[in-house]
Write a protein that binds this ligand. Structure first.
Ligand code: AOF
Ligand code: ZN
Length: 361
C-alpha cells in the first residue's frame, strides 16, 4: 500500500514533528510534508498549543503548489474547532489530492472524523504508515486520550549495584554530567516533573530544565501526604506547582497558595495520597507525560499501585554496597513467581554511565 517514497516523506514528517518535542504540550507533536510531482513543496510542524497546526504551517509554505499534492501527516488532521480551526477543511480547500497519515487522532473530538471529512471530499486517504514511530512520539497524549491518565516515566540514577544514595541519604552526583544532561532532555519533554516530600526535604531540588534549550518549563509536582513542604522550597517558583496531600491544613494551604502553588487534597484510606486519583487528576489538567524523580518510597508506592509505564535507569560505574539505599521500597517477595517483569526497550552508554529503558507490560 505504501511505497519507499511514501516512507521517506513520512520519516521526514516525523522528524519535523519531533522538533515540537519540548514545546507542544498539551497538544501532540505533529509534522506535515506536502509533495507534488515528486517534490516537497511545503512542510511544517506544530510548535505550541494555540498556534497553527502542522498542516497550516506547511500549507502556508506551499501556497498554490498544494493543489494536487499528497499530504504526509504524522497524525490525522483535526476536524474540530479548538484553539484553531479544523485542518481537514484547510487541506480540502487547498486542493490536496491524497492524504497519508501515520495514525488516527485519539482525541474523541476528532477520532476518525478528520479522515472521513477528507474522504467525503473525494480525497484518497491512507492511514497507518510508520504508525509505531508516530505513537512513540505522542505516547503521553495517546495514553491521556485513551485511558484518562498520563504516561508515567520514572527516572533513577544509581550505582552499578543499584544503589541510589548512602544510608545517611547523601545522594547527589551519583551519575556523570552526561547522564544529568540526558535527564534534562527527559524533563523538557515532560508536562510534569514529580517528586516526593522525602526528596524535597533531603535535596531541595529545583526540578527545572537547565543545560539544554527549551521554550517551556515543566510543572513541578510533589507528593506530600502530611503537607510538610517548606514554603521556601526551591521548587516553589510561583508557576502553579502542584502539591498533592492527604492533609487539609488550611493555614499551610494558604501559605502555599501565596507562593503560587496549588494544593490538591486527595487522601486514600491510609491517609496517604490516592496515587491513582492523582494521575487521573493530572490527566484532567491535560498532563501527557509525567517524569518521576523521587526516592525509593514514592518509587515503590507508584510501582505497587501499577502506575508506572516506563523506567529510565542510569547506572554509574561504581559500587555502593548493600547498606546503601535501593531504588524501590517494595514488599519482600517470598516466591520468585511474584517478581515484577519488565521489557527492556533500549540500552546504551551515556558518557561513562549506562542507560537502561524498560517498560512494564
Ligand atoms: C492537527 N495538527 O498539528 C495538531 C493537532 O486546540 P487546538 O486547536 O490546538 O487543537 C488541539 C487538538 O488538535 C489536539 O488535542 C489534537 O487532537 C489535535 N492536534 N491536529 O491536525 C496538529 N497538533
Ligand atoms: Zn489541526
Amino acid at each position: 500500500m505504501f511505497s519507499a517514497t511514501d516512507h521517506g516523506y513520512m520519516a521526514q514528517a516525523l522528524r519535523l514533528a519531533e522538533k515540537g518535542l519540548y514545546g507542544t504540550s498539551p497538544n501532540p507533536r505533529v509534522g506535515c510534508v506536502l509533495v507534488r510531482d515528486g517534490k516537497a513543496v511545503g512542510s511544517g510542524w506544530h510548535k505550541r498549543a494555540g498556534e497553527p497546526h502542522a498542516e497550516i504551517n506547511a500549507l502556508a509554505v506551499a501556497g498554490a503548489a498544494a493543489r494536487g499534492a499528497t499530504a504526509y501527516l504524522t497524525l490525522e488532521p483535526c476536524s474540530h474547532h479548538g484553539r484553531t480551526p479544523p485542518c481537514a477543511e484547510a487541506l480540502i480547500k487547498a486542493g490536496v489530492a491524497r492524504l497519508v497519515t501515520a495514525m488516527k487522532d485519539p482525541n474523541p473530538l476528532v477520532s476518525g472524523r478528520g479522515c472521513a471529512l477528507m474522504e467525503e471530499a473525494g480525497i484518497t486517504v491512507q492511514t497507518g504508515l510508520m504508525e509505531a514511530e508516530a505513537r512513540e512520539l505522542n505516547i503521553g497524549f495517546i495514553t491521556r486520550m485513551a485511558e484518562g491518565r498520563p504516561w508515567v516515566r520514572m527516572k533513577i540514577a544509581a550505582s552499578l549495584d543499584g544503589k541510589t544514595a548512602l544510608n545517611n541519604s547523601v545522594s547527589q552526583w551519583i551519575t556523570s554530567e552526561h547522564a544529568r544532561r540526558d535527564v534534562h532532555r527527559l524533563r523538557a519533554r515532560s508536562c510534569v516533573v514529580m517528586t516526593g516530600i522525602g526528596t524535597v526535604l533531603a535535596d531541595d531540588p529545583q526540578l527545572t530544565v537547565r543545560h539544554i534549550k527549551t521554550s517551556r518549563q515543566p510543572l513541578s509536582a510533589v507528593v506530600d501526604s502530611r503537607l510538610e513542604i517548606p514554603v521556601d522550597a526551591s521548587l516553589l517558583r510561583g508557576a502553579g506547582e502542584l502539591i498533592f496531600t492527604a492533609t487539609a491544613s488550611e493555614g499551610k494551604i494558604l501559605a502555599l497558595h501565596d507562593m503560587g502553588a496549588r494544593t490538591i487534597v486527595l487522601p486514600d484510606e491510609n491517609e496517604s495520597v490516592d496515587l491513582a486519583g492523582m494521575m487521573r487528576r493530572l490527566a484532567d489538567f491535560e498532563i501527557n507525560e509525567v517524569l518521576v524523580e523521587a526516592g525509593c518510597r514514592l518509587n515503590g508506592a507508584l510501582i505497587n499501585a501499577g502506575l508506572v509505564d516506563e523506567l529510565v535507569i542510569y547506572l554509574a560505574p561504581y559500587l555502593l554496597g548493600d547498606r546503601a539505599r535501593g531504588m524501590f521500597k517494595l514488599a519482600e517477595l517470598t516466591d520468585l513467581a511474584e517478581k515484577r517483569p519488565v521489557k527492556i526497550r533500549d540500552l546504551r552508554m551515556v558518557g561513562p554511565d549506562i542507560r537502561v529503558t524498560a517498560r512494564f507490560s
